[in-house]
Write a protein that binds this ligand. Structure first.
Ligand SMILES: [Ca+2]
Length: 100
């Protein structure tokens, strides 16, 4: 049977899930330490832009304030990251269009 080829978006979502799952130990949520490690390893530019080590980002991402980051909270962070970069790309395209 032929293997179904994943689309770009399906691959991206799979990668996002694997990053989260690989960082988990025995829990179903990331501890603050695991979350900060994940940020440094997988989204270093996000940490650099925030100008801090991840504590403030953790506070913002931990929406239910249970001291851990579940997959839903993590997904919202990734969506925010995508949104910020999409905005930046839109601005770059506008700037390039105005030069032409
Ligand atoms: Ca939480």
């Amino acid at each position: 049977m032929a293997e179904k080829k994943l689309t770009h978006l399906e691959k991206a979502v799979s990668a996002m899930m694997m990053v989260f799952i690989e960082k988990l130990k025995d829990n179903d949520k990331l501890t603050k330490q695991q979350f900060k490690e994940l940020l440094r390893e997988e989204l270093p530019s996000f940490v650099d832009q925030a100008g801090e080590c991840g504590d403030e980002i953790f506070q913002d991402v931990d929406l239910d304030k249970d001291g851990a980051v579940d997959f839903k909270e993590f997904s919202m962070l990734v969506a925010s990251y995508a949104w910020v970069h999409f905005e930046a790309i839109q601005e770059l395209i506008k700037a390039l269009d105005s030069v032409e």
